[in-house]
Every structure is written in C-alpha cells, then in structure tokens.
Design a protein around this ligand. Structure first.
Ligand SMILES: [Zn+2]
Length: 323
C-alpha cells in the first residue's frame, strides 16, 4: 500500500475506492511516483511498463476539474474527471486513462504529459515512462491449411473483416464503463499468452494478440466489464466474434464463439453472458481468445484481469487449444 502514499502525497492514504487501490497494486508495480507539477496538480503513472501492456495514468487536482488531456505517443486523449471521496484532508478531483505501450514501440522511454481541460494548449505536467521487453517465445501450431494460405476468393472478405473491426474500434464512447481489475470471461486457465510469435504450419504469421483461455464448447462467456456491444460478426480468422466498447478508448474482444448472444448497440453489464465458447475460425480446438484494444493498440489482457480462482493455475503449459 505504500504506492498509495506515493500516489497522493498530499492526501496520505485517502483513497476510499477499493477498485482503485487494487488497480494500482496490479498496474503500478509498486513504482508509482508523482511528477512535479503546477500547484495542486499531480500526474501519476508507473515508472516502467512492459511493451505489450497497458497502464493507468491519473491526473489529480486539488481544485475542481471537469476534464483532462493526456498526451501520449503524439496523441491527445481527453477524459472526464470526477471528485474523489473525501479522505478528510481536503477535496480532490481526478481523471484517469488506460494507455498502451505497444509491442512495436522502439523507444526506450516515452514522455507522458497532461493538462487540465479538453483543449488546454500545452502540457502542465509531464514525466517519463521507461519501456522494457518481456520474453516472447515462438509457438508452433498446426491449423487447417485455408487459414495459413487463404484461398484467393477469400481475400475480399478478409479485407472487409479488417474494415469492420477498424470501424467498430473507432466508435467513440466518452464515458468510462471499465473498472479494474476486469472480470475473467471464463473460469478456465490460460492456454496461450499474449505476444507469442506464431508459426502456423511452419510459416511465421506475426504475434498472438490476445490471451487464450480454456473453455469447453458451449460454456458461457461473460463480459469483462460494463460496455456497449460494438460488433457481432462471423470473421474469417476470428470466427464468431463479439467486440465490446468499454469507453474512453478501451475495447475487449471475444473470438471463436460457437454462438454470440448479444446484438450490436446493446448495453451489457459486467458478468453478463455474451456468447458461448466454440471453435470457429483459425483454431486448433474450442477455447476463448480474449483481446483488449486500448487507444487503438492491442495490449495484453492478463495484467488487467482479476486473479484466477483459487486452485486454477494461471500458467501456460505447452499444448492446449489456441488461435
Ligand atoms: Zn488466441
């Protein structure tokens, strides 16, 4: 809990929101530090982040704030602020955002900055975030040949699929419906990690951009957080897929379903059954591929998820079913 003390030096441990503390413990790796800033303004973020992970950045103010702008990797991200529960040491307002450290990011460290307001012209506070790599082993899989060398007549469909997903991920929702940690959509353990270099039938095919979770055909898949269904479709590689918009640039995706149980535009609640586990698309067997997209970048869902239930190992032994 000493991260909390560092996080808000003027308010001591004055954080009355349990999810907030849990999110900190999960995401800030005990290295949070506040950047020097203007009077009563603090920007917090982890000192270092693994490429492929998302992290929480927060701007906290002693004065009332309606919104904040965060600047990260050349883009401005605007989010609303809210008043924190009073700790007895004065009032405080806070805006928080989930930001990505993409797998492909080459820089050794990146500047994060922020200012109060939606259109503030320049950052009022900034800090550096160091990036590091996790080991990304190669994983060899064998799938139906049509998923390694798709027949030419499928090229137009595959292109259309990409456009549909891109359009879904571009839908704005300026409201934070996500809350950390995210619920596990199925109780099954991890069968394949995010970021593995994939070789299908002997041919390299990029990285695995999701987390594969074990699940029997037909078992229920639950939304990891509140949100709005952004896409329900049958896609060539992903099979039956559901994408959920959780607001402020955070999306989750659930692939290879046997059956989706929601419709586009539908508001869903954390824990609601949104479909059934299946083996549609490029798979070696039934499982759930869970994806997370944060500000347009695929990130590792695992650090954002609640811990696996007691007795279920959360490792990724060889074998199992993957996409
Ligand atoms: Zn997968």
């Amino acid at each position: 809990m000493n991260t909390v003390q560092q996080e808000l030096p003027r308010h001591g441990s004055g954080l009355a929101v349990p999810g907030f503390i849990l999110g900190l413990a999960l995401l800030l790796s005990g290295t949070a530090a506040a950047a020097p800033a203007g009077e009563g303004l603090r920007l917090t973020a982890p000192e270092s982040v693994a490429r492929g992970d998302a992290f929480v950045a927060r701007l906290t103010s002693d004065a009332p704030v309606e919104a904040a702008s965060f600047f990260w990797r050349g883009k401005r991200h605007v989010v609303s602020a809210r008043e924190l529960a009073d700790s007895g040491q004065g009032r405080a307002w806070q805006a928080e955002i989930l930001l990505p450290a993409p797998l492909e990011e080459k820089a050794a460290s990146l500047g994060l900055s922020a200012c109060v307001g939606k259109k503030c012209p320049k950052p009022e506070t900034s800090r550096e975030v160091r990036l590091f790599d996790r080991k990304r082993p190669v994983q060899r899989l064998t799938v139906d040949r049509k998923y390694v060398a798709p027949p030419p007549e499928q090229a137009a469909r595959i292109k259309r699929d990409r456009q549909k997903v891109a359009a879904a991920l571009a839908q704005p929702l300026p409201e934070q419906l996500w809350e950390l940690p995210l619920d596990r959509p199925v109780p099954g353990s991890v069968s394949s990690l995010f970021g593995l270099k994939r070789v299908f039938n002997g041919e390299p095919r990029g990285m695995h951009r999701g987390l594969d979770l074990r699940g029997a055909e037909g078992s229920p898949i639950r939304a990891c957080a509140d949100g709005v269904v952004a896409l329900v479709d049958n896609l060539y590689f992903s099979g039956n897929a559901v994408y959920i918009n959780h607001g402020n640039g955070v999306f989750s995706s659930y692939l290879h379903m046997s059956k989706p149980l929601v419709t586009p535009g539908e508001r869903v609640q954390r824990g609601q059954v949104i479909g059934l586990v299946g083996a549609t698309g490029r798979v070696t067997g039934p499982h759930l591929h869970l994806g997370m997209v944060v500000q347009g970048e695929s990130v590792d869902p695992q650090p954002l998820l609640a811990p696996a239930e007691h007795g279920k190992r959360d490792a990724a032994p060889a074998g199992g079913e993957k996409k």
